[in-house]
Design a protein around this ligand. Structure first.
Ligand SMILES: Cc1cc2nc3c(=O)[nH]c(=O)nc-3n(C[C@H](O)[C@H](O)[C@H](O)COP(=O)(O)OP(=O)(O)OC[C@H]3O[C@@H](n4cnc5c(N)ncnc54)[C@H](O)[C@@H]3O)c2cc1C
Length: 381
């Protein structure tokens, strides 16, 4: 992966090295403890900010280090190597909450809301999903009513990653009547009176990341916090989804890659009936199928990323890639646990966590079924 020159060059190798060192020093020694505790220290944001990791791929004007789409992919791949997708998702919540600000915000808003997050001083979260509107984004009910110099916001946001300690929420709200044309984006700061969060929700995986429900009760949000124009929210949400789907595809591929590596190692070490597991043809063939799927999925995602970077429309393809990479990671993590036998069911083995953490990938950022709806509209217009 790292020496593949068509997509990755010297800059990407340097980025990989930086993130790798950070992961080895600041995350890996503590990650099992954080998983069991259900949280990583807030200080990790600051450390990642200081190491320049949070700014990778973002414009230099706002404190980032710039770069093409593959610097971000290289960084995400190395971060996933920490072995906890929860840490990756928690540290990476800025990657779903900053893009709407970049896409719709004014220069003033960008300078106000982006640099503190890239420095790790502030935490950013994205609030789109609601208790009654997930896939059906156009049905969002959180209402923002304009009262002169501020909006009064009422509603609630569900399953918000990093929501327990986020300082700012890029929040989709309804500023008019029914339908997707009345959706808008507001940046809501968590110290706004009326803003409150639930207890942390208990999850199947991603244990180290916090996920909460956020309540907005007569929150007064200055009109200066409206991103773009009223009614541009749906466009912002859809733009953001493309980016999120690419990131989730990369996460799925890395999950599968690590499950494969663990399985290759285990199959060589573990003996049964007087020979290593890798001595059974059925195991060897299983590993071959896993390796083939991982390779194909990674190449597919890289190819689409290159086309996105070249400015090509890839809505259909990125939906296909998300579904394909998740199908691959579903199969590969399942087989990895199978190869590990009873040990694969034990928490001290990485494949156990990979298997659990993987399950959200075909749900978050648009479910497998919604991806198929999007693809079908392209191939059956
Ligand atoms: C750990 C975690 C972290 C998350 N982080 C965030 C976050 O930071 N910010 C945020 O805004 N959201 C977040 N989400 C929410 C996530 O994006 C939603 O869960 C997802 O979009 C699905 O919405 P839903 O859960 O309401 O499911 P629903 O939309 O209720 O779907 C339920 C089922 O019905 C199917 N379905 C729905 N509509 C159709 C249709 N038209 N055709 C066929 N099948 C359909 C779905 O595919 C699914 O299988 C997170 C979720 C989790 C679990």
């Amino acid at each position: 992966m790292s020496d593949f020159q068509e997509y990755f060059g010297e800059t990407h190798s340097m980025v990989r090295q930086t993130v790798k060192k950070f992961v080895e020093r600041e995350i890996k020694p503590f990650v099992d403890e954080w998983e069991e505790q259900g949280a990583f220290p807030r200080e990790l944001y600051r450390k990642a900010g200081d190491a320049g990791i949070l700014g990778i791929g973002y414009p230099e004007t706002y404190g980032g280090s710039g770069g093409d789409i593959f610097v971000k992919i290289a960084a995400s791949e190395e971060l996933m190597r920490c072995g906890s997708a929860g840490v990756s998702a928690g540290l990476g919540s800025l990657d779903i909450s900053i893009p709407p600000i970049l896409a719709l915000g004014t220069e003033d808003q960008k300078l106000r809301f982006i640099p503190p997050v890239l420095k790790g001083e502030k935490i950013a979260a994205l609030g789109v999903t609601e208790p009654n509107a997930g896939s059906d984004v156009a049905n969002i009910r959180t209402k923002a009513v304009c009262r002169g110099d501020h909006y009064v916001v009422n509603g609630s946001k569900m399953f918000i990653t990093s929501g327990a300690r986020a300082n700012q929420l890029s929040c989709a709200v309804r500023t008019g009547g029914e339908g997707h044309r009345s959706l808008s984006f507001l940046v809501i700061e968590s110290d706004t009176p009326g803003y409150s969060v639930s207890e942390k929700l208990k999850k199947m995986g991603w244990w180290a990341s916090d996920t909460v429900q956020i309540f907005l009760d007569d929150c007064k949000v200055p009109v200066e916090n409206l991103l773009g124009q009223e009614g541009q929210g749906f466009y912002g949400i859809m733009q953001n989804f493309q980016n999120e789907r690419l990131q989730l595809s990369v996460m799925a591929n890395m999950t599968a890659q690590m499950a494969l590596e663990e399985s290759l190692r285990y199959a060589r070490e573990r003996e049964a009936f007087g020979r290593p597991l890798s001595g059974f043809q059925v195991t060897r063939h299983k590993l071959v199928d896993m390796a083939t799927l991982v390779e194909a999925s990674r190449e597919f995602v890289y190819r689409i990323a290159a086309k996105i970077d070249a400015g090509m429309d890839q809505v259909k393809e990125i939906s296909m890639a998300k579904n394909f990479s998740c199908m691959v990671s579903d199969k590969v993590t399942y087989d990895a646990v199978q190869i590990h036998g009873g040990f694969g069911y034990m928490r001290e083995y990485l494949v156990e966590r990979l298997y659990r953490d993987n399950r959200i990938l075909s749900i978050g950022g648009g479910t497998q079924e919604i991806m198929k709806e999007i693809i079908s509209k392209h191939i059956l217009p």
